[in-house]
Design a binder for this molecule. Structure first.
Ligand code: ADP
Ligand code: MG
Length: 450
């Protein structure tokens, strides 16, 4: 083990994550190289090039349906795209050859699943290829341009446990030896998204998981800062995909971002800030296309000015249990909650009255079993295609009349449930997804932008 490398690890490094669009073309990869190569040692986490993971999901779906012909056509298309990328990315014959070998290796792996049986490990192996390719090509590009860069294989240190939660202890123990083994370098590159599971099989941190990879690494090496580089100038006060006139927020607290990301702000994977919050490591969101912009800084401090932002989470199912007899008897809610616990289904919102209790879930895998058991306690009604709209800020500090302001803003929106007072950071309303966009726009117009 080299002393020098150990010393380098002890120097505080930054962890920078670049998303799919940021590495989505050879030109963008070169722009990322310029941002990375500033002379400061760092760990760079990369996603797959944009579009790749969707294409790999499509290929897996064809294979699940045993539609090998369509799978082969999709594989051929994607492989051809990567061959063009390699041609454009490198200047020397030797590196073009190495790049093509990287691509061939990954696509040989994908093609190996077009015969024989196809299951979860096969699917996860296919989904991992996007990050495996992007990181190898980027490392080669850095070295071609004279920056000494080493690859840290994520599967050697990134792990989830039986409950699919990240195993931070394992990651902390394993990442240092991996850095040491990689050897002396100016820059380190690793794959976002992918990991091993408790059985040692290849798995992943779910869509958007590269953000989570970056914060887990940041927490594991006690990084100076975790930077999430993406295609927008920071955290906006509303979802720019659905609402006009959203504005960037300069500073947010870990708690505020945890609520917003959990409730659907796509800019960050829902769990991203949790490891950073444990170690109190600042997280900064930056725009790869506009690096001069300050972005959004996330720390343990809120800048304390009332409502900050709203976000929406789709795919929510509302369940109402109506019971004349025993609703408010003690033990009733416990019995209800136990059913959800037994079926490993988290509850997001809850609302009670004398005659009924309503709650929401987003994982409907076991809904039929849950419904059957709930039927013992009363009449069960289920509404699907709902969205939780979450309004986040330091709400206690907001002047009086906050709730009425929210309800005035939502005049005309059919609200199915409301949750207020659970924490001082959030008020949530449940609306049909068909009304999500108008709900978000109404909040921007009447609450955020004046
Ligand atoms: P990456 O591929 O870099 O991870 P993502 O597409 O996952 O990028 O996240 C960035 C996108 O998140 C933005 O382009 C934007 O459309 C969307 N987004 C949703 N909500 C917000 C928000 N509150 N602030 C900023 N961006 C948001
Ligand atoms: Mg993302």
């Amino acid at each position: 083990m080299s002393r020098k490398i150990l010393k380098d690890i002890e120097i505080k490094m930054k962890v920078l994550k670049f998303g799919g669009t940021s590495v989505g073309s050879p030109a963008n990869m070169r722009a990322v190289m310029k941002l990375v190569a500033d002379g400061e040692k760092k760990i760079v986490v990369l996603s797959a090039m944009s579009g790749t993971t969707n294409a790999l999901v499509e290929i897996s779906n064809f294979l699940h349906k045993k539609n090998k012909e369509s799978a082969s056509i999709a594989i051929g298309k994607l492989e051809a795209k990567y061959k063009e990328v390699v041609d454009e990315l490198f200047s020397t014959e030797a590196n073009i050859k190495t790049g093509l070998a990287v691509v061939k290796d990954s696509f040989d792996t994908v093609k190996s699943f077009t015969s024989g049986s196809f299951g979860e490990v096969g699917e996860n192996t296919i989904l991992a290829q996007g990050e495996l390719i992007s990181t190898q090509l980027f490392t080669l590009l850095m070295n071609e341009n004279g920056y000494v860069t080493r690859l840290l294989p994520a599967l050697d240190f990134m792990k989830i446990d039986e409950d699919k939660a990240a195993d931070l202890l394992y990651i902390r123990e394993h990442i240092r030896p991996v850095i040491e083994k990689a050897g002396e370098a100016e820059y380190y590159v690793t794959q976002g998204f992918i990991c091993l599971d408790a059985d040692g099989n290849i798995n992943n941190l779910q869509r958007g998981g590269s953000d989570y990879t970056a914060s887990l690494i940041g927490a594991a090496i006690d990084a100076e800062e975790i930077e999430i580089w993406t295609d927008i100038d920071g955290f906006h006060n509303n979802d720019p995909r659905f609402v006009e006139n959203t504005r960037k927020i300069e500073q947010l607290s870990f708690n505020e971002v945890a609520e917003l990301a959990y409730f659907g702000a796509k800019i960050l994977h829902p769990q991203t800030v949790l490891p950073a919050r444990i170690q109190n490591i600042p997280v900064r969101l930056k725009n790869t296309m506009n690096p001069a912009d300050s972005g959004t800084l996330i720390t343990d401090k809120s800048d304390g000015k009332g409502i900050k932002a709203v976000a929406a989470k789709d795919g929510i199912t509302a369940i109402k249990i109506r019971s004349g007899r025993m609703l408010m008897a003690y033990g009733f809610l416990k019995n209800i909650f136990e059913i959800f616990e037994r079926h490993r289904t988290p509850i997001d919102m809850i609302s009670t009255s004398e005659v009924a209790v309503s709650l929401t879930i987003d994982n409907t895998t076991n809904i039929e079993l849950i419904k059957k058991e709930l039927n013992k306690f009363g009449t069960v009604e289920i509404d699907t295609d709902m969205s939780i709209v979450c309004i986040v800020g330091d709400i206690i500090q907001e002047e009086k009349g906050f709730a009425s302001k929210v309800f005035n803003a939502l005049n005309g929106i059919p609200i199915r449930m409301i949750s207020y007072g659970g924490s001082k950071y959030n008020i949530s309303v449940l609306v049909p997804t068909s009304h999500k966009k108008s709900t978000l726009q109404a909040l921007s117009n009447n609450l955020l932008n004046n």
